[in-house]
Structures are given as C-alpha cells and as structure tokens.
Design a protein around this ligand. Structure first.
Ligand code: CP
Ligand code: NVA
Length: 310
C-alpha cells in the first residue's frame, strides 16, 4: 500500500524524500515479483491526453494500467474539442466525470497546472516543457538497482538544461546525490530550479555545481546522464542548438573514459545517436538505458497505486 500526500504529480518536487524512496522500493519489489496478478485497479480507468508524440511513456502507462487490472483511454489532443477551442478547465471537468486518473503530456507546464487545478481526479505529468517526474523516478530506481545506495554517489549531467535535467537535478538533490551539470551558457535550467536544487543539496550536505567543461563533470563520477539537445518543441532552433552543443557536449567513449570503471550511462530516450551520444556509448558496457526504459513500467505502477485507490 503506497499513499502519497498530494493527489497529483506535476514534478518530482511534489514528492517527499520518503515518498520517492517508497515508490522506488515498491517498484523494485514488484519488478522482482513479475506481473501483478492481484489486479488492485480493477474497474479503474486511466486517460492519457497527449499533445506530443511518445513511445515509452504511452506504452509503459498503458501496460502498467493493464497489468494492475485497469483500463486506459488514449487521447491525442488534436482529436479533442480542445483543438476547436474548448477550454482546459472545461476539458478537465469533463475528463473527471468518466475516468479515475489522467496522464497528460503537454507543451506548456502551465497546462499541467490548469489540469491539476480543474480536475477532480489525480493528474500525472507525462512530460511538459519544464518537468518529467515519471522519467526521474525510473532514473533514480535504475541508479539504486545498479549502485545499491545513493550514499556518496556522484552524477554528471551533460547537455541541455531541459525538462529531464530539471527534475533529475531536483531528484538527485533530494536523494543526497552529488551533481555536476555540464551545460553551455544560455541553456541552464530556470533560476527557480537552480535555487531549489542549491537549497535542497545544502540541506543534505551534498554538492551541486554547474560547469562549462563536460570533462570536469564526468571525472571519477558514478553516473553519467544526457538527453537530446533538441527537445520536442525546440525543432526550429535545431541548427543553433547543434552548434551550441557540438562537438563539446557529446557523450562519447573518450568522455566516458573519465568516469569510474563501474560507472553507468543513462539516457531517457529517444536518443539522437551521433549527436548527444555515440552508438559506442549507448550500446557499450556502461550503458543501462534499457533497464532505465523498462523501469518506467515498474515505477509507474507504483505511482498509479499511490494515486488511484481501488
Ligand atoms: N523517455 C520518454 O519519455 O520517452 P517517450 O518520449 O518515448 O515517452
Ligand atoms: N527532453 C526530451 C525528453 C523526451 C522524453 C523532450 O522534451 O523532447
């Protein structure tokens, strides 16, 4: 039985440290137990409202709900009356009449906030321009599986200060993981995130630094993480971004050789091979990207059980 103090998950900020650990530990346990046969969410329905494409988030949530005994309804936002001008408020009220939980993937985080404020059911952020909490729960789970403890761990983020980066920095600070983020000038996370991470890291006596040289972040580190330089919605800046990040911010064998021998490499996927990461690294012996992708399923089952009550 998992119970969460808030009835929504907009960012990893919404979870206490204890709740993060409880969700991860439950997910590790349920992964070990195989498919759940008890169907705790029998008769419950999860709606998925997506403004953007998705492979992992959609598949893992739909499979998670099915394995928990529930049902799902996938809605591309373009197919809703929302696309003809119905308000988010009225859409949220309508969705709440039929289903028990909503996962939304949106462009603007403001949409997640409006959904949370107007839905009478739990709302889960399946990625916005600011945060990706379900991804970060899977990332922390993967780190714990491979490293057994967060104590004394160090993590390097290499690349864009994007949605994944924002929640990852917050999640690591909450777990006391030391972080160095190599991010080019002008692509840092928003100040509100940096302030929160700095405060949280200080309270855990862990460290948090932004550096400009990837090698300074990766040296002797336990975990190396990157993500695309061109997130969904940033396509118009593709050329500008590529020249800001490449070649310096590519995670390749040479950069990875500075990490510890038993370091792990993570990427939320989809990857643009040859840009932020080379195939040698993503397919190499340090890479745990497929565990990370699988863990989306397990951790989301824990989140659904924490938010949707049978
Ligand atoms: N990592 C992740 O959220 O993948 P999708 O965009 O495929 O859902
Ligand atoms: N930062 C990426 C993550 C995709 C899962 C994006 O927003 O497109």
């Amino acid at each position: 039985m998992i119970s969460l103090s808030k009835n929504y998950l907009a960012s990893i900020i919404d979870l206490s440290d204890k709740e993060i650990l409880a969700l991860i530990k439950h997910a590790i346990e349920s992964k070990g137990n195989g498919k759940n046969t008890q169907q705790p969410l029998k008769g419950k329905t999860l709606a998925l409202m997506f403004e953007k494409p998705s492979t992992r988030t959609r598949l893992s949530f739909e499979t998670a709900m099915f394995q928990l005994g529930g049902n799902t309804i996938y809605m591309n936002s373009n197919d809703l009356q929302l696309s003809r001008g119905e308000s988010i408020e009225d859409t949220a009220k309508t969705i709440s009449l039929y289903v028990d939980c909503l996962v939304a993937r949106v462009y603007s985080h403001e949409t997640i906030i409006q959904l949370v404020q107007n839905c009478k059911i739990p709302v889960i952020n399946g990625l916005s321009d600011l945060y990706h909490p379900c991804q970060i729960l899977a990332d922390l789970m993967t780190i714990l599986e491979h490293k057994k403890s967060f104590d004394g761990l160090s993590l390097a983020w290499v690349g864009d200060g994007n949605n994944v980066c924002n929640d990852l920095l917050i999640g690591c600070a909450k777990m006391g993981i030391n972080v160095k983020a190599a991010i080019p000038e002008g692509y840092e996370p928003p100040q509100i995130v940096l302030d929160l991470v700095t405060k949280e890291a200080k309270s855990k006596s862990s460290s948090f630094d932004i550096v400009r040289e990837p090698i300074d972040a990766v040296k002797n580190v336990d975990v190396v993480v990157t993500d695309t330089f061109v997130s969904i919605g940033n396509e118009k800046d593709d050329g500008k971004r590529r020249s800001a990040f490449l070649p310096k911010f590519q995670v390749n064998e040479k950069l990875m050789s500075n990490s510890k021998d038993d370091a792990i490499f993570m990427h939320c996927l989809p990857a643009k091979r040859g840009q932020e990461v080379t195939s040698e690294v993503i397919d190499g012996k340090k890479s745990v990207v497929w565990d990370e992708a699988e863990n989306r399923l397990h951790v989301q089952k824990s989140v659904l059980m924490g938010l949707v009550h049978g």
